[in-house]
Write a protein that binds this ligand. Structure first.
Ligand code: ADP
Ligand code: ADP
Ligand code: ZN
Ligand code: ZN
Length: 960
């Protein structure tokens, strides 16, 4: 048990959105889960009230300069919040806008790496590969003292200005300066020269290297000699930066020391590394050829080798499969003879050294073709392979060559960031620094070690440090922010998180909980909006909002520990689900799958997929499962969705990747096949991705416009007697076209003001006061309400209001049926959560009478959904399938997986160790597979609900 802190975050009278004037005390330094059905007010409480106020106070505590913007940040509608700490929101939005941002930069690991490389990096000569370093006086002394005892040495330093271009006059004055300092002997080719007058210099050949003699010494006991060596070398360094020891016995034996940062063999002076040398965002460090992007407009190897599962002999290099160019493959065979290049191994399995040979061959081939560009067909041919290719200068490392010659633990910084987090951890843990390096770099190394540890802990071990932030999913981005926060050691803050379990397999929830507990352990208060059972179980405190959504929600229906929520479960919907009083049932019988009705994808290879063959049964609910990073999104988005878009619904021909790419319409687009062949595409006419992206980017789109109910409503208004008298058309009731809308805000109701240092602020339009229409239009009423007031109705209210208009209610009812009855008709798209947007899209699809030959794809549709909402969602899936459609979902939620007709489990792990099918079949069959993580969890869920489902899967042959 954790001891309860007496400190509370206290909220009184919160009324934001649908919150019903609620009072709440949340314990500090504890983890509180806020739960409740979708639309019950969780975000309104966590983000729009607590976080917003915490943020406002935080700004208040800052400089006067920042404060001047403060009054423009709207104060949340709450009477009082006391005991609030600076708040940090960690949301699922992928906020990265910089195209060069990577996992390493987003987590600050890269900043620490730059310091590490600048302080403890070893520089190697670009010419000879030898170590580049400065000689310190101490190192010189140690080395000299270890020479043969009794040996005698001249200690010299070179005189500047001798050699080829002698300017005798300046040289002479320099020599007399030295003499004044006490260096009155010169040294050249074994001879010493005393000099006192200009005449005494006559014997010296100024075209030959000339030295000043600083000392003569014989190697003896350290106690006598050390200080003398140190003094002498220091004065040599002071005069020339160099000290040369020449043996008195053997003039050919010279040992040269230099305090310059140079390769002692090549005498090339290097710049000492500094942090900005390793920054690809700075012109100082960026590769001059690609400006730090790592790629340039060149030949796109993904087009040249579209299917890396082929061997070179099988035609991996696509242009060389053309009869006219087949000879280039033979040429490569000749050129690469004896260099170990294998022609009978799939390209993707070749070693980097082998791939480099192929790349070279391809470059030579294109260079040859370039010379024939005057021919039209050659130009057309070349253009097919153009695209962004790896920068040949830095090979994608993004840095200038000097930066890449610096190594830590044997790797340069580009090689370090190419490691996956799983590989990075042992690398950093195992780094051996010298005592001097430790002194300057140990702290930095600690920071890096800690961060990689956290990133592994939140289940992101499969990401490489150089992975572009823009390619991360929302869940991954959120967990990266979480790990970064933990690394920043901030204490006394209030963290507000938005369903951090999204994208995580049940297997990894425990690791997430551990991280949250650590963040709390540092002395922070954690508020988590969450539906996951395990996260709730781990919380110190639960706040359950409800009882319903929207107007019917906004109240606290339970607060207290998990055990109490489960025990007196009757009190809230959440409690009843958690205690098992209500359950989402496992279907008594699963759908019969017709083996003739399926889509087959052969040799899927994108990202980590290991050339797998996948069959998707149609007219069924198919779930793709697997741990994070196992390849689910890659399979569904890249292979299935993109693949079907490329081949269209053409009949059962075979589409091999190269041909698929040839279509003219595809030349400019990014779409391409990520598998060798697709079969059954003719069974599908339409593929619809029902994702969580907003239904519109302006405040003008909203649930009624999206569902097309608004057209009908505007018609109703245009037909009122008053509107007819004034000749108002339906267009007058639109806020998308001018006529009836307020022109000041163009129908938005708000205007956006850009603020320099803070996020843009939305202010209510002064003209229409947020009503979005001209006052003349607002004079028209239908059943006592004007158009603005109608848009303020919730969908449930509108159902009653328009009861006499079945065409309108039919559309609205679809929204209400999937649990969106609480939304207001005019609630702008920009305020809908991702989950709400997804369900508005789903409702629009349900409006279609039939959806035969339509494949629906959902990516974690349970995001933001409470158990009770999931039941509704499953109902909607059933409806789509009954109407003739097929549903494919990526999902971790076991209530969905157990309901699926067919489960394809990817894995076994994330990243390179994933990308295979671990098991596929009915949930019961998957549950029996011991190797499958999903199976283990399904087993638990199914164990008390086991139903016999004989032979169904046997009737369904697998692809082999
Ligand atoms: P939850 O997070 O529990 O799903 P929300 O706090 O997002 O619920 O929403 C609670 C209610 O407030 C819903 O009726 C929702 O439509 C409404 N709401 C949310 N954001 C806004 C907003 N920016 N403007 C008006 N209403 C909103
Ligand atoms: P899942 O959806 O199962 O979490 P993904 O399909 O997103 O897994 O990822 C599978 C593998 O492919 C992972 O190793 C991931 O890092 C890698 N990957 C995914 N997207 C990209 C991308 N845009 N660039 C590089 N690697 C990627
Ligand atoms: Zn480059
Ligand atoms: Zn206006």
């Amino acid at each position: 048990m954790r001891t309860l802190s007496l400190d509370y975050l206290e909220i009184r009278g919160a009324r934001v959105h649908n919150l019903k004037n609620i009072d709440l005390k949340l314990p500090h330094n504890q983890m509180t889960v806020i739960t409740g059905v979708s639309g019950s007010g969780k975000s309104s409480l966590a983000f729009d009230t607590i976080y917003a106020e915490g943020q406002r106070r935080y700004v208040e505590s800052m400089s006067a300069y920042a404060r001047q913007f403060l009054e423009r940040i709207a104060k949340p509608d709450v009477e009082e919040i006391s005991g609030i700490a600076p708040a940090i929101a960690i949301r699922q939005k992928n906020t990265s806008r910089n195209p060069r941002s990577t996992v390493a930069t987003a987590t600050e690991i890269y900043d620490f790496l730059r310091l590490l490389f600048a302080r403890a990096g070893r520089v190697y000569c670009g010419r000879c590969g030898g170590r580049v370093k400065k000689d310190s006086v101490d190192e010189v002394a140690a080395q000299v003292l270890s020479l043969e005892p009794g040996s005698r040495w001249y200690v010299l330093f070179p005189i500047r200005g001798t050699g080829d271009q002698v300017s005798t006059e300046t040289l002479k004055s320099h020599l007399f300066e030295l003499r004044a300092k006490g260096f009155n002997r010169l040294f050249q080719q074994g001879r010493t020269f005393e000099f006192s007058t200009p005449e005494s210099l006559l014997e010296i050949d100024f075209r030959q290297p000339l030295f000043a003699l600083a000392d003569r010494l014989a190697v003896g006991p350290a106690s006598d000699l050390r200080q003398r060596v140190v003094d002498t070398v220091e004065s040599c360094f002071r005069e020339s930066g160099e000290a040369v020891f020449e043996s008195a016995e053997d003039p050919t034996r010279q040992i040269r020391f230099s305090e310059k940062f140079e390769c002692k063999d090549c005498r090339v002076v290097y710049e000492e590394p500094e942090p900005r040398l390793f920054s690809f965002n700075s012109p100082f460090g960026a590769c001059p050829r690609c400006q730090g992007f790592g790629n340039i407009m060149d030949f796109d190897m993904e087009r040249v080798i579209p299917d890396p599962t082929l061997t070179l002999d099988q035609g991996a290099v696509e242009p060389w499969t053309k009869p006219a160019y087949q000879k280039f493959l033979l040429k490569l065979k000749r050129d690469a003879r004896g260099q170990g290049l294998r022609f009978d191994v799939p390209y993707r399995e070749l070693k980097q050294k082998e791939k480099d040979l192929v790349l070279e061959g391809v470059r030579r081939f294109f260079a040859r073709l370039e010379q024939k560009k005057y021919k039209m067909h050659v130009r057309v041919f070349l253009s097919r392979y153009r695209g962004y290719g790896q920068c040949p200068e830095c090979r994608g490392a993004r840095l200038r060559p000097e930066a890449l010659q610096v190594r830590v633990g044997g790797k340069n910084i580009a090689e370090v960031v190419a490691l996956s987090l799983e590989q990075a951890q042992p690398f950093f843990d195992g780094l051996q620094l010298t005592p001097e390096e430790t002194a300057i770099a140990d702290k930095v190394l600690q920071e890096i070690r800690q961060r990689t540890l956290f990133l592994n802990d939140v289940g992101l071990e499969y990401l490489t440090l150089d992975r572009l932030a823009s390619t991360l999913s929302g869940g991954e981005a959120q967990r990266i922010q979480l790990a970064t926060s933990l690394g920043s050691h901030l204490v006394g803050a209030c963290y507000v998180l938005d369903e951090p379990s999204i994208g995580l397999h049940s297997r990894d929830t425990a690791r997430l909980i551990k991280i949250l507990a650590e963040l709390r352990g540092l002395g922070n208060t954690i508020l988590v909006v969450e539906h996951d059972r395990d996260v709730m179980r781990a919380a110190d405190h639960i706040v359950d909002l409800g009882p319903g959504a929207g107007e019917r929600g906004g109240e606290v229906v339970f607060r207290g520990p998990y055990s109490k929520l489960v025990a007196n479960g009757g009190g809230s919907l959440t409690g009843r689900y958690l205690s098992g009083q209500i359950k989402i049932p496992v279907p008594a019988a699963r759908r019969r799958l017709d083996p003739k009705q399926q889509l087959r994808f052969y040799g899927a290879f994108a990202h980590n997929l290991k050339s797998i063959d996948v069959a998707l049964p149609l007219h069924a609910l198919v779930a793709i499962t697997g741990v994070s990073g196992s390849g689910k999104s890659t399979l569904v988005h890249d292979v299935v969705y993109q693949g079907l878009r490329v081949v269209g619904n053409r009949a059962a021909e075979e589409y091999f990747a190269p041909q698929g790419l040839e279509g003219e319409d595809l030349a400019g687009s990014q779409a391409r096949l990520w598998c060798r062949k697709i079969e059954g595409a003719e069974r599908i006419e339409e593929v619809i991705l029902v994702d969580q992206s907003p239904i519109g980017r302006t405040p003008r789109s909203n649930p009624v416009t999206y569902s097309k109910a608004f057209d009908l409503i505007r018609d109703v208004f245009a037909h009122t007697p008053e509107a007819r008298k004034r000749s108002y058309t339906p267009g007058h009731f639109s806020f998308n076209i001018s006529g009836g809308r307020c022109e000041t805000c163009q129908g938005d109701g708000t205007v956006t003001v850009e603020m320099q240092f803070l996020a843009d602020v939305e202010l209510v339009c002064e003209d229409c006061k947020g009503k979005r229409y001209k006052s003349s239009v607002l004079e028209i009423q239908f059943q006592g309400r004007n158009i603005h007031e109608v848009l303020q109705l919730t969908i449930d209210e509108a159902l009653a209001f328009f009861a006499a208009y079945p065409r309108i209610t039919a559309k609205l009812k679809l929204l209400a049926d999937i649990g969106l009855g609480y939304l207001r008709l005019g609630q702008s798209a920009t305020t809908l959560s991702g989950g709400e947007a997804q369900r508005v899209k789903l409702a629009a699809q349900l409006a279609r009478a039939r959806c035969d030959r339509t494949l629906y794809i959902f990516d974690e549709p349970t995001t933001g959904l409470h158990f009770d909402d999931i039941a509704k969602l499953l109902g909607a899936f059933r409806r789509l399938i009954n109407n003739g459609g097929s549903v494919l979902v990526i999902e971790h939620n076991l209530d969905v997986t157990k309901t699926a007709d067919w489960v394809i489990d990817l894995g076994p792990e994330g990243g390179e160790r994933g990308g295979r099918i671990v098991v596929q079949g009915t949930p019961e069959q998957v549950a029996e597979c011991a190797e499958s993580y999903t199976g283990r969890y399904l087993q638990e869920v199914l164990v008390d609900q086991r139903q016999a489902c004989p032979d169904r899967a046997e009737a369904y042959p697998r692809v082999q």
